[in-house]
Design a protein around this ligand. Structure first.
Ligand code: ADP
Length: 402
C-alpha cells in the first residue's frame, strides 16, 4: 500500500512516498521557497535525482506540482494518484484534544485551524498542505499526526506552570511539548534494539536538531519534556533561547524594545547563533572553536551544559533509567557533544565509551556506552516521516476493515 507523507512548512513542503508495510521509500523530495520569485525542487527516487527551479506561488500549487512529478510518465514513480491509499500529514499542535493520530474530517480541520492560535507559525502551513492534498487526492484517506500527541500523558505536576490556574482554564496555558513523533519513534526503536517491552523500559530521549527537546519516557509514556506552551522553552537551540527568566522580557520592553522584535530576537536571533554571533549550525561552530573562536566555544558549552542539567533532572524524574538516546542532526552527528554532555555522570551510572562514541556511523543505530554501563547510551537516527507513514498505514488499514 502506498502512503504519501507530507510535512508542510511555512515556505516548504517535504514529502516521502512509502510502500507499506515494507517501509520502503519510493521517492522523497523537498520543494523550497514557496511564494518567492524562484522555488527549488529536489526529488530522489529509483529513477535518479531530479532538480528543478521555477515559481511556485502557493502551497496548493506546490502539492499539485509534487503529485504531477510523482505521476509523470517519464520521471514519475507511480502510474496514477489512485495508487496512493493514504496521506499522512505532520501537524504541530493538537492542543489537549488530539492524543493520537486521527483520520482528517472537516471537524478535525476546524480544530487544527482553531489551535493555530497556539502554534501560529506551524498549524497554518500544516493546514495549507492538508487542504491542498484533500483537493487533489479527494478520494484518499488523510491522516493527521500531531507533534504534541505523544506528550498528552504528562501528569499535571509536569504540564502546569506555577501561574494562576485560571490562565490554564481560560487560555489553556500549559506545557504541551513537541517533537512527539521523533521521541516516540526512537523510543520504539530502542525497545526493539534492547528487545525490551515498553512496559519495562524507561528512557531519556534527546532530539537535537534545529529545534531541540528532551523527553523523560516512563514505560512507554512521556512524563516530562522540555518544550512547553510553545517550542521556545527548554534546551538551547540553533536560534531559539530555550529557558530564560521571563522578567528579561519585561525589562527589554521597558528599555523600548517592541514586542514583535523581541519575539524575533528570542526565536531567530538567540540560541547558538545569539551567543556565538557566527552561526546556528553546529558544524560551523565546531570549526570556529577549533580555530580558537571563544564565543563559538562558549555557545557550544552553554548548549551541552543545559542539556546535561535536563538529563540530570529527568534521571531524577524517572528514578530508574535504562537508556539515554541521542537523535536529530546534532545528536546523531557530533560525538564530542555526546561526550561533553555525559562526562562526569559516571557516578550516576552513565559511562560513555570514547571509541564507540567517536566511531558511531552516520545514519546507523549505535550503542556508545561502555559494556558495563548501568544506563546505556544510544545514537538512533530519527525518522519522523516513517512514524507518520506507520500511523497512517494502520489507520487506513483499520478503516478498510470497517
Ligand atoms: P531539523 O530540526 O531542521 O530537521 P536537523 O535534525 O537536520 O534539523 O539538525 C540540524 C543541525 O544538525 C545543525 O545544527 C547541524 O549543524 C547539525 N548537523 C547536521 N548534519 C551534521 C553533520 N554531518 N555533522 C555535524 N552536525 C550536523
Amino acid at each position: 500500500m502506498k502512503i504519501l507523507v507530507i510535512n508542510s512548512g511555512s515556505s516548504s513542503i517535504k514529502y516521502q512516498l512509502f510502500e507499506m508495510p515494507q517501509e520502503e521509500v519510493i521517492a522523497k523530495g523537498l520543494l523550497e521557497k514557496i511564494g518567492e520569485e524562484k522555488s527549488f525542487f529536489i526529488q530522489k527516487s529509483k529513477k535518479g535525482n531530479l532538480e528543478l527551479e521555477g515559481a511556485t506561488p502557493t502551497h496548493e500549487e506546490g502539492i499539485n506540482f509534487i503529485i504531477n512529478i510523482l505521476t509523470d510518465k517519464e520521471k514519475g514513480v507511480i502510474d496514477s494518484i489512485d495508487e496512493i491509499k493514504g496521506v499522512g500529514h505532520r501537524v504541530v499542535h493538537g492542543e489537549e484534544e488530539f492524543v493520537e493520530s486521527v483520520l482528517i474530517t472537516d471537524k478535525v480541520v476546524r480544530r487544527i485551524e482553531e489551535y493555530a492560535e497556539l502554534a501560529p507559525l506551524h498549524n497554518p502551513p500544516n493546514l495549507m498542505g492538508i487542504r491542498a492534498a484533500k483537493k487533489f487526492l479527494f478520494a484518499t484517506a488523510q491522516v493527521a499526526c500531531f507533534d504534541t500527541a505523544f506528550h498528552h500523558s504528562l501528569p499535571n505536576k509536569a504540564f502546569l506552570y506555577a501561574i494562576p490556574y485560571e490562565l490554564y482554564e481560560k487560555y489553556k496555558i500549559r506545557r504541551y511539548g513537541f517533537h512527539g513523533t521523533s521521541h516516540l519513534y526512537v523510543y520504539r526503536r530502542l525497545s526493539s534494539i534492547l528487545n525490551k517491552q515498553q512496559n519495562s523500559l524507561n528512557a531519556i530521549t534527546c532530539h537535537l536538531g534545529n529545534g531541540c527537546s528532551i523527553a523523560a519516557i516512563n514505560q512507554g509514556k512521556s512524563v516530562d519534556t522540555s518544550m512547553g506552551f510553545t517550542p521556545l522553552e527548554g534546551l538551547v537551540m540553533g536560534t531559539r533561547c530555550g529557558d530564560i527568566d521571563p522578567a528579561i522580557i519585561f525589562y527589554l520592553l521597558e528599555k523600548g524594545n517592541a514586542p514583535q522584535d523581541l519575539i524575533k530576537t528570542l526565536n531567530k536571533k538567540s540560541g547558538l547563533l545569539g551567543i556565538s554571533g557566527i552561526s546556528n549550525d553546529v558544524r560551523n561552530l565546531s570549526w570556529a572553536r577549533e580555530k580558537g573562536n571563544e564565543r563559538a566555544r562558549i555557545a557550544l558549552e552553554v548548549f551541552s551544559y543545559r542539556l546535561k542539567k535536563y538529563i540530570g533532572a529527568y534521571l531524577a524524574v524517572l528514578g530508574k533509567t535504562d537508556a539515554i538516546v541521542f537523535t536529530g542532526g546534532i545528536g546523531e552527528n557530533n560525538p564530542w557533544l555526546r561526550k561533553d554532555t555525559l562526562v562526569g555522570l559516571e557516578s550516576l551510572g552513565i559511562e560513555i565509551d570514547e571509541e564507540k562514541n567517536s566511531k558511531a556511523t552516520k545514519g546507523v543505530e549505535s550503542e556508545v556506552s561502555k559494556e558495563g554501563s548501568q544506563i546505556k547510551v544510544y545514537v538512533i537516527p530519527t525518522n519522523e516521516e516513517l512514524y507518520i507513514a506507520q500511523d497512517t498505514y494502520q489507520i487506513v488499514q483499520a478503516q478498510n476493515k470497517v
